[in-house]
Design a binder for this molecule. Structure first.
Ligand SMILES: Nc1ncnc2c1ncn2[C@@H]1O[C@H](COP(=O)(O)OP(=O)(O)OP(=O)(O)O)[C@@H](O)[C@H]1O
Ligand SMILES: Cc1ncc(CO)c(N)n1
Length: 271
């Protein structure tokens, strides 16, 4: 059987912990062939984002075309998209190629506070891209921005899931990394049922790229034909291991360990 293939459309993180780099590492770790279309180049490390260079709309759509017309991904993920022109163009390409297994991670702000999406582009995310999403994966501040109300309780998080579902996303995952609870709980809504995925919160500063890595793991599993429930469950385990077995790199918000999940699996199989 041919290997599953996934395409990430996102920004490049020179520091290697988030963006395109996190996505490709995650695809590889989960036995999926990774491909990329870069939307913007960031000069970035664990301390912050030093510069952002968006590419032209043509540069983005030509990369997508090259991948689509030869390599035909089984699933597609979007990450940092920066502007409304880039978002609108990507939405058109998704429609052109009739991609249905599309994971939209509505990246807005990096851990250090730098903006990765222009304010005016939020409307394009809502109107053009989220309606095409098989799954949308905001963190709590991103979900608040998209739905226009504050999310403090589980009940409000459920309401936000429903509001994002109403925008057209077939599944919604609101991630819990930004809550201040002891447990980190991700909430999945598939249009009918809410599923909670909880784990103890790891006390660490090494959480750069957690959202990208989690979304990429969902995309990898969807590329293999897994259900959304199975994909989110695997992604939660994958990011949990990557956060726990931190590499301790950098002076700021360090990257996660993309190898941790595979190494644990190998260890278990050894016994
Ligand atoms: N301290 C932690 N311990 C365990 N799991 C965590 C922790 N922080 C985040 N997670 C998990 O990591 C994933 C990403 O959650 P989070 O809400 O941090 O995303 P994010 O803000 O989009 O990340 P980023 O912007 O850094 O890419 C979720 O599955 C969440 O459960
Ligand atoms: C390129 C890029 N995408 C996403 C994030 C969010 O973690 C980041 N810091 N950098």
């Amino acid at each position: 059987m041919e290997i599953a293939k996934a395409l990430t459309i996102a920004g490049s993180d020179s520091g290697g912990g988030a963006g395109i780099q996190a996505d490709l590492k995650t695809f590889q770790e989960l036995d999926v062939f990774g491909m990329s279309a870069i939307t913007a180049i960031t000069a970035q490390n664990t301390v912050g984002v030093q510069a952002v260079y968006p590419l032209t709309v043509n540069a983005v759509t030509e990369q997508i075309k090259s991948v689509a017309e030869d390599l035909n991904p089984n699933a597609v993920k979007t990450g940092m998209l920066f502007s409304s022109e880039i978002i609108d163009a990507i939405a058109n390409e998704i429609k052109r190629y009739r991609w249905s297994r599309v994971v939209v991670d509505p990246v807005m702000i990096a851990k250090g506070g730098s903006s990765l999406l222009l304010e005016e582009a939020v409307a394009s995310l809502k109107d053009e891209l989220i309606p095409l999403a098989f799954c949308v994966t905001p963190n709590i501040p991103e979900a608040e921005k998209l739905v226009g109300f504050t999310i403090s309780t589980l009940e409000e998080r459920k309401q936000a899931c429903e509001a994002l579902y109403q925008l057209g996303a077939k599944n919604v995952v609101i991630k819990g990394g930004h809550s201040n609870e002891k447990e980190v709980t991700d909430l999945l809504f598939d249009g009918e049922t809410f599923h909670l995925f909880s784990s103890p919160r790891t006390n660490t500063n090494h959480t750069h790229g957690t959202g990208c890595t989690f979304g990429a793991a969902i995309t990898a599993e969807l590329a293999k034909g897994k259900s959304i429930y199975e994909a989110v469950k695997k992604a939660k385990d994958f990011i949990g291991a990557a956060i726990e077995d931190s590499l301790g790199l950098g002076a700021g918000h360090g990257p996660t360990n993309h190898m941790a999940y595979r190494k644990r699996k190998v260890q278990v199989n050894d016994y």
